[in-house]
Design a protein around this ligand. Structure first.
Ligand SMILES: Cc1cc2nc3c(=O)[nH]c(=O)nc-3n(C[C@H](O)[C@H](O)[C@H](O)COP(=O)(O)O)c2cc1C
Length: 224
């Protein structure tokens, strides 16, 4: 049976919050789904060579060939990204760029139903910090808009600064622990955040899945 909704995670961390949130959205769709972790693939960014302009097929021979086929066939998707240096991670951006091959002349991305999950270590209320989650949300939203996709929404998940697990989080001058959470924060006082521990987050991810389902079924009904 063909995949109706594709879940894509830009997080390279094994079984990360981003991965699990994407999988939660997929499950809630009740449709046929597949999960792709971009760090498992070998792919490079778009070369801007326009080798795809007549064929809608990228000329770069890497794993994005199969990914583009899967994405093309899917009616919907959820893209999970994280925010290194307060903007969209490189793999998620690379994924978006590589799907450019589907755009030329026929607009194969048009009408595809999409949603986004952004995992960030920076709570939105921290004064003086760049708006990481808003920036990444906007980047994915603009891509969907420029491709004529149906954006059913996005959600932000508070994840963990890498300094929580590096072993130097309490003493490193550049640690995100105190930078993001104030001078009294320690690795132990913050603990490790898990997506599943926040009931509103899990419910939010499920709601996103239900919205994807409704929009995909509506698209199917029009196309029938
Ligand atoms: C190299 C690196 C840089 C990061 N820089 C930021 C940052 O500037 N702002 C932020 O909010 N999170 C930053 N993060 C934290 C990620 O957004 C965080 O690890 C995210 O929760 C990852 O989610 P995960 O649990 O799915 O891996 C950074 C992470 C890495 C690995």
């Amino acid at each position: 049976m063909s995949v109706e909704v594709l879940g894509i995670s830009g997080s390279p961390i094994p079984k990360s919050n981003t991965d699990r949130a994407v999988q939660c959205v997929l499950e809630a769709t009740g449709l046929t789904t597949a999960f792709v972790k971009l760090s498992d693939l070998r792919m490079e960014p778009c070369r801007g060579c326009l080798g795809c302009k007549d064929t809608n097929q990228c000329v770069v021979q890497d794993d994005a060939q199969t990914l583009a086929e899967q994405f093309r066939a899917a009616k919907g998707f959820v893209l999970g990204a994280y925010t290194p240096y307060s903007s969209l991670d490189a793999r998620s951006k690379m994924f978006m760029e590589r799907m450019y091959c589907l755009r030329h002349q026929v607009g194969l991305n048009k009408g595809k139903v999409g949603a986004a999950i952004i995992t960030t270590a920076c709570p939105p209320e921290v004064a003086g910090m760049p708006p990481a989650s808003q920036t990444a949300t906007a980047q994915i939203g603009i891509w969907m808009m420029e491709e004529g996709m149906v954006n059913v929404g996005s959600m932000v998940i508070l994840g963990n600064a890498p300094c929580i697990r590096c072993g130097y989080g309490d003493q490193c001058e550049f640690s995100g622990v105190k930078m993001l959470h104030g001078p009294d924060a320690t690795v132990a006082s913050l603990g490790v955040r898990r997506f599943e521990d926040g009931e509103p987050l899990v419910n939010g991810a499920r709601e996103l899945g239900v919205k994807i389902r409704a929009a995909v079924l509506a698209v199917n009904a029009v196309g029938a």
